[in-house]
Write a protein that binds this ligand. Structure first.
Ligand SMILES: CC(=O)N[C@H]1[C@@H](OP(=O)(O)OP(=O)(O)OC[C@H]2O[C@@H](n3ccc(=O)[nH]c3=O)[C@H](O)[C@@H]2O)O[C@H](CO)[C@@H](O)[C@@H]1O
Ligand SMILES: C=C(OP(=O)(O)O)C(=O)O
Length: 427
């Protein structure tokens, strides 16, 4: 297994280009199962998770080829309807094939994803939504089996909590249902909008994009679609926080600043300098005599559905706040177990107390973290360790970096491109 070795304490300078969003690519790839034909997706990141989703499509009978960042998927002939445990256990977003398979074949068998390092992560909202569309769902030996009795029919679905993949799954199941489907308290994440654009390109009729009330007018036929994956707002945010932590000045290109309203506000409050254009963000913390002059005020955050502060940036923001000059309260409201990074950050000198869903972070000031051997526990926890390592004195050795490969394309190369001393070594 590979490890990351980071020699910390160097400010970052230069520019870094953002890849397509993992969390948009996954549902758009799954959506190609709904209608037979040759679909084209642009700006698809080459990540462990996108490879897993394409592997799953292959198992279902689709064929695909990649040219650069463009992936063409031929879903003319499907030969399977089952997402096996071996794949679902490595990527819970595999559950996103349920909606498309129900729309296309009227039957699907998908391994129940179970929990993961960040929480229990049930799919009861997905299943409740499908039932409103006329699907009978039952659990058979760890697999969810969904069966459509006759034809999918429109229905009204209310999500108790706006679920991102729940909204996406129900949307994909409903586009060919007979009649009108209303999804209330739908997730408003930009990745959901990206999926709506793809479904509309395939011939779906959907109103309410960008709002929490989506109305789908079912159509009889859909055709192959072409769409472009939006820039990854979580990757963008991770590099923004990295520069805020190390100091320096980095231009982050190919991104969409409009998708990061909460993070930009919070970083400005921390004292970080930020300039934006339509597709670029410049983050800077000027230096004098080798020390960042950028004050690092402590700021509280509460994770919330979009446009609130994303839970997927909570761990990275904590890696910044442990170096601030005051106390910050980090309130995680989305996932019940998303503080696995705390114990690892403490090995580097962080002072954090967890009280239920809140972490009380007592900043130790810039330049005080020390490198240490640490272990990655999940995707964003790993990113927070990278940020801590980049700003710590000495060497940080991060093991289990396969988590990072799920969601960060070419992270080592991108960091080296802005002057970070990072290398990948065999354990
Ligand atoms: C592939 C993908 O897009 N993953 C993202 C997606 O995950 P995911 O779609 O799994 O997250 P959800 O939006 O569904 O989760 C929101 C909350 O609802 C709960 N819930 C959800 C579904 C359900 O059936 N029952 C239930 O109780 C969850 O446990 C959580 O507390 O949104 C999360 C929240 O922004 C992000 O952290 C993930 O990166
Ligand atoms: C939690 C994440 O992903 P997933 O939902 O695929 O586990 C994430 O991207 O941070």
């Amino acid at each position: 297994m590979d490890q990351l070795l980071i020699q910390g304490g160097f400010p970052l300078y230069g520019s870094v280009a953002i890849s397509g969003a993992k969390n948009a690519a996954l549902p758009l790839i799954a959506a190609t199962l709904i209608a037979p034909g040759l679909h084209t997706l642009h700006n698809v990141p080459d990540l462990r998770d996108t490879r897993t989703m394409l592997k799953l499509l292959e198992i279902l009978g689709a064929r695909w080829e990649r040219t650069g960042t463009t992936v063409r998927i031929n879903s003319d002939r499907l030969t399977g309807v089952e997402a096996p445990y071996d794949l679902v256990k490595t990527m819970r977003a595999s559950v996103l094939v349920l909606g498309p398979l129900l729309a296309r074949s009227g039957f699907a068998r998908v391994s129940l994803p179970g929990g993961c390092a960040i929480g229990a992560r049930p799919i009861n909202y997905h299943l409740k939504g499908f039932e409103q569309l006329g699907v009978t769902a039952q659990l058979e030996q760890g697999y969810v089996e969904g069966i459509v009795d006759g034809q999918l029919r429109g229905g009204t679905i209310y999500f108790d909590v706006p679920s991102v993949t729940g909204t996406e799954n129900v949307l994909m199941a409903s586009v060919k249902a007979k009649g009108r489907t209303v999804i209330k308290n739908a997730a408003k994440e930009p990745e959901v909008d990206n999926l709506i654009d793809m479904l509309v390109a395939m011939g779906a009729e959907i109103d309410g994009k960008g709002t929490d009330r989506l109305i789908v007018h079912g159509v009889d036929r859909l055709q192959a679609g072409e769409s472009t994956i939006i820039p990854d707002r979580i990757e963008t945010g991770t590099y923004m926080i990295a520069v805020a932590a190390t100091g320096g000045c980095v231009q982050i290109t190919n991104c969409n600043p409009a998708h990061l309203p909460a993070l930009i506000e919070k970083l400005l409050l921390c004292g970080v300098e930020i300039e934006t254009t339509d597709d670029m963000i410049t983050v800077s913390c000027p230096e004098v005599n080798g020390h960042s002059t950028c004050l690092l005020q402590s700021v509280d955050i509460t994770t919330l559905p979009y446009p609130g502060f994303p839970t997927d940036l909570q761990a990275q923001f904590m890696a910044l706040m442990i170096q601030s000059d005051g106390t910050s309260i980090i309130h995680e409201t989305i996932f019940e177990n998303r503080f696995m990074h705390v114990a690892e950050l403490e090995r580097m000198g962080a002072d954090v107390t967890i009280q239920g869903a809140r972490a009380i972070v007592r900043g130790i000031g810039r330049g005080k973290l020390n490198g240490a051997p640490v272990m990655a526990t999940d995707l964003r926890a790993s990113a927070s360790l990278v940020i801590a390592g980049l700003s710590a004195n000495g060497t940080t050795q991060i093991s289990r970096i396969y988590h990072l490969e799920r969601g960060y394309e070419q992270m080592v190369e991108k960091l080296r491109g802005v002057g970070a001393q990072v290398s990948r070594v065999k354990e």
